[in-house]
Design a protein around this ligand. Structure first.
Ligand code: ATP
Ligand code: MG
Length: 562
């Protein structure tokens, strides 16, 4: 077989995504002499994992090409926007590591320039004030296979239009009474080009400009102007704006901006069986189904952060998902894979019992506590070791004991010998039960010759973790499942409601931790041996009582694509 040799350079070219190729071509042909990107959120909710993709893509491209990245609030719609959202978005973008330096902008700061652009269009005969109602405008617009009909107000004189637009600004008209429309082409095959509305009257206070304005620009008019003012080169947005691109280009051209920005569309990030859309997350928050925008069951950035995800893991996920023009969905296990990969060598691997049962070592001296040296993370020797106390009374996981073992169960059952991780071999000798038949304690004997969990003369099949009772720290652990019932899918087909999983949160109040955990603080992440990765909750954990969120279990169903 003929061997194909791919040089390093060729490999790099092949692995470039389509946006990188466009940027490189634009730099090579001189279409642009720099790269300037932006992330333009509307401050009407918290950010989610989909936004993380846009943030990392935009800031990543700026970094890669020695360019700049702006954070710009697209706050041209005063109804739904709030300062709370502005603050949360800034925090999330910064946490992801996207650096806007001193370039934090608000579209509303450009209202005057936008107004002047509209005046310019009127003067060029490219915009007109229209008195049709919203319903009439819709009716006149036509359909995909039927051209639209021109507005009877389309041929107003420039002077009349200038006067009326000024009157709109001066508050002489009620909401909906008049609009300003671009004069383009009612017969265009692209409905967006059929004299789109570019300004509307809305007597509403704005969170940034207060009562200064009673007319507000429409998104399709405002966005290209915002980009042009900031000298954005590549205005990256999601696919639903593809049909709006001709209008984007029309606006920057007719407003006569130099070096007009270029709009590039990519496919949104979707997670299968996960509530992603801002609208639906908002609904979960507002109906109290979750406890706020940062509920660890949400894929809001603040929810992921509180759950224990790292910016690195989200970055890795977004990179694995890739950038493309075709719509596709990712699975949650891929995100879980990324956090496991990120934490496996970084997080201390310590012992914690989430559902405890007492284990009494009958032949161990009463009152004695000895310290055993255990590695902090067997995969990362640099993390060193710690001294773990061992005593007569211990805790083990309930599920590590079976009174009557099932087939292939190698953990603790009467008569069986197992290894207590890093400590001793122990043999189960019996159990105590209360009047109702519940197991209250398990008894065993230990072999002092097996200290450290090593033995040359015999082997055991099971190794379990444990925590010494006298020095145990009490803690709360929360285990999570998808908030959606995966069997049924996200949306109820009948009424569009969400199919909720009633078991999405399990709170375990009786967890026992080894004393190494005593200084754990908010956002510290650990691997609880055999139980998964956990993070100290930033809202509910106190000095008196640690509260942990399980980030992810240890089992993975994700296979890295080759
Ligand atoms: P949602 O779709 O959740 O309602 P949105 O599009 O209304 O979000 P914006 O604040 O308008 O939210 O979005 C800011 C930026 O984030 C836009 O450039 C948008 O294209 C991008 N974005 C939003 N959702 C996704 C997603 N799922 N994947 C990638 N980028 C996204
Ligand atoms: Mg939007």
């Amino acid at each position: 077989m003929e061997e194909v040799v791919v040089t390093k350079e060729e490999k790099e070219v092949v692995s470039k995504n389509f946006i990188e190729r466009i940027i490189e071509e634009d730099l090579a042909t001189g279409r642009f002499d720099h790269v300037q990107t932006r992330f333009p959120p509307e401050p009407n909710g918290y950010l989610h994992i989909g936004h993380a993709k846009s943030i990392l893509l935009n800031s990543g491209l700026a970094n890669q090409y020695g360019g700049k990245f702006n954070l710009r609030f697209d706050d041209t719609n005063p109804t739904k926007e709030k300062i709370e959202f502005v603050e949360s978005i800034k925090k999330d973008v910064a946490w992801l590591g996207a650096d806007w330096e001193d370039r934090l902008f608000f579209a509303s700061d450009y209202f005057e320039e936008m107004y002047q652009c509209a005046v310019k269009l009127i003067k060029k005969g490219k915009a007109f004030v229209c008195d049709l109602t919203a319903d009439e405008i819709k009716e006149y617009r036509g359909t995909w296979d039927e051209p639209g009909k021109e507005s009877p107000y389309r041929n107003r004189s420039v002077e009349e239009n200038l006067q009326l637009f000024e009157d709109m600004r001066a508050g002489k008209f009620a909401n909906g009474e008049k609009v300003l429309r671009a004069k383009i082409d009612m017969a265009s095959s692209n409905i967006n080009m059929r004299d789109p509305v570019i300004y509307r009257v809305a007597h509403m206070a704005h969170h940034n400009t207060g009562d200064k304005w009673c007319i507000y620009p429409m998104y399709d008019f405002a966005h290209p102007i915002e980009d042009a003012i900031e000298h954005i080169t590549h205005s990256i947005c999601t696919l639903e704006f593809e049909d709006h691109r001709p209008l984007y280009d029309w606006v920057v051209q007719e407003c006569e901006f130099e070096m007009p920005p270029k709009q590039i569309e990519f496919a949104k990030l979707y997670l299968r069986n996960v509530v992603t859309g801002k609208r639906y997350i908002k609904k979960l928050v507002e109906t109290g189904i979750v406890d706020g925008w940062d509920d660890p069951r949400l894929v809001s950035i603040s929810g992921l952060r509180r759950r224990g995800y790292t910016p690195e893991s989200i970055k890795m996920f977004v990179e694995l998902a890739g950038v493309s023009k075709s719509q596709s969905a990712c699975d949650m296990p891929m995100l879980e894979y990324c956090i496991r990969e990120d934490l496996k060598a970084k997080a201390p691997r310590w012992m914690a019992i989430v559902k405890p049962v007492k284990l009494i070592v009958d032949n161990y001296p009463e009152g004695q506590v000895e310290y055993l040296e255990v590695a902090n993370n067997p995969e990362n020797p640099e993390m060193g070791s710690r001294m773990v106390p061992f005593a007569k009374e211990l805790y083990i996981e309930q599920e590590d004991f079976m009174e009557v073992p099932i087939k292939k169960y190698f953990r603790m059952f009467p008569g069986n010998e197992v290894r207590l991780m890093g400590a001793y071999f122990v043999t189960c000798t019996g159990i105590d039960k209360d009047e109702e038949g519940n197991i209250t304690a398990i008894h065993c004997t230990y072999d002092p010759e097996t200290r450290g969990g090593n033995c040359v003369t015999r082997k055991v099949k099971g190794t379990i973790h444990w925590v010494a009772a006298p020095t145990a720290i009490e803690a709360t652990c929360r285990l999570y499942e998808n908030i959606i019932d995966e069997e049924k899918g996200v949306y109820n087909e009948e009424d569009g409601s969400l199919n909720l999983n009633p078991n999405s949160l399990t709170t375990l109040e009786d967890c026992k931790l080894e004393p190494a955990f005593k200084d754990a603080k908010a956002f510290d992440r650990f691997q609880f041996v055999r139980n998964g990765f956990f993070c100290v909750d930033c809202n509910d954990s106190t000095e008196e009582r640690l509260v942990f969120n399980r980030i992810v279990s240890l089992k993975s169903s994700f296979k890295m694509p080759q």
